[in-house]
Design a protein around this ligand. Structure first.
Ligand code: FDA
Length: 309
């Protein structure tokens, strides 16, 4: 049985998919830099001038046919070259299903390897985003494989809503064997997972989030704390004090367009903040898919439509 607000959210999501793209753009534009490479570079430059770093993400995921893989790779390579040329302070985020993870793992590895290799050549960093649970094992394997070849230039994401995450962190710490090369973005997780494998309550997800950060601080794993949740941010700040963590061992991360004031306040206090800057022609699918996966986001859309500034 669905609650009435949930039913209303689902109804709005279904309706949005039938609306003209121009209408959906009204709320999406707050969260997406634009359709082209220049848009992403411009927004990144603006964040840099405010003392914030960025991670740039070309939109596209869950590819079903391999034809587009080559052009996505070329776009990432251009993005790396352009941001180096313009001396921007940013890294890159990639979604393995965009490079065919679910079609051909070897093809996916080879394409992402080319991107990481170009980034490493320019002393840049690439993070592998974490997608839904059918990808978790494959994305961890992909990460370990790349880490062997490009230590210091590649990172992964783990999700605190997954019950397996502490176990994955333990395994990665063992794999690292004290070398201090593992770099993890920890976030809550955006996909709709079954309760057999995922925590569903905010309380449990937040407890697991802070447990993961505590573990990373104890085990010299670089922690990219990706959240807009004040409870987790405050909990992280306490752990930083407790473990005497230096600024080179962690950073905060937030999504473009979400809680900018909270981000600004962290930067004013001297913390490193990286903004996730998504861009690309695939913004419509990205926005509506996100909504389908997490209809609670409708609340933010309605707010974005009616509350300005
Ligand atoms: P929560 O959802 O509880 O939000 C806390 C508060 O932030 C809300 O109360 C609201 O005020 C504000 N807020 C949150 N989202 C908002 C929005 N869209 N608009 C307006 N206000 C909003 N997930 C994943 O599965 N794989 C991944 O690789 C990544 N990568 C990633 C990178 C970065 C940099 C971030 C910040 C997040 C991700 N995520 C992700 C998404 C993540 O899993 C999660 O869904 C969102 O960050 C929202 O969770 P919060 O921790 O912010 O808490």
């Amino acid at each position: 049985m669905l609650w009435l607000p949930e039913m209303i959210n689902k109804l709005i999501v279904s309706l949005l998919q039938l609306m003209p793209k121009r209408f959906v753009w009204i709320f999406s534009k707050r969260y997406i830099a634009g359709e082209g490479l220049e848009d992403a570079l411009k927004i990144t430059g603006e964040f840099n001038s405010k003392g914030m770093l960025a991670t740039m993400d070309l939109l596209g995921e869950f590819l079903t046919r391999p034809e587009k893989v080559e052009s996505y790779k070329e776009e990432y390579i251009r993005l790396i070259d352009e941001s180096v040329k313009r001396k921007l302070d940013n890294s890159f985020s990639v979604k393995p299903t965009m490079f065919g993870l679910l079609i051909d793992e070897e093809m996916c590895y080879n394409n992402i390897r080319d991107i990481v290799s170009r980034a490493a050549l320019n002393r840049r960093f690439v993070r592998i985003d974490m997608e839904d649970s059918q990808c978790t094992d494959r994305e961890i394997s992909l990460y370990k494989r790349l880490l062997g070849e490009f230590p210091g230039n590649v990172g992964l994401v783990l999700q605190s809503y997954l019950k397996r995450t502490m176990n994955d962190l333990n395994n990665l710490a063992e794999f690292d064997n004290g070398r201090g090369l593992v770099n993890i973005r920890i976030c809550k997780g955006i996909y709709n997972e079954a309760s057999s494998i995922a925590f569903k309550s905010k309380k449990e997800i937040n407890i697991n989030f802070l447990k993961a950060i505590d573990f990373m601080f104890r085990n010299k794993i670089y922690a990219a704390v990706a959240t807009h949740d004040r409870e987790i941010i405050n909990g992280t700040l306490k752990l930083i004090n407790e473990h005497k963590i230096s600024s080179g061992e962690f950073e905060f991360q937030m999504l473009y367009g979400v809680t900018p004031d909270l981000g600004k306040s962290l930067v004013e206090k001297g913390y490193t903040l990286r903004i996730y800057v998504p861009y690309g022609k695939d913004w419509f699918n990205y926005s509506t898919r996100r909504l389908k996966e997490n209809p609670r986001m409708v609340f933010h859309i309605v707010k974005a439509l009616f509350v300005r500034g």
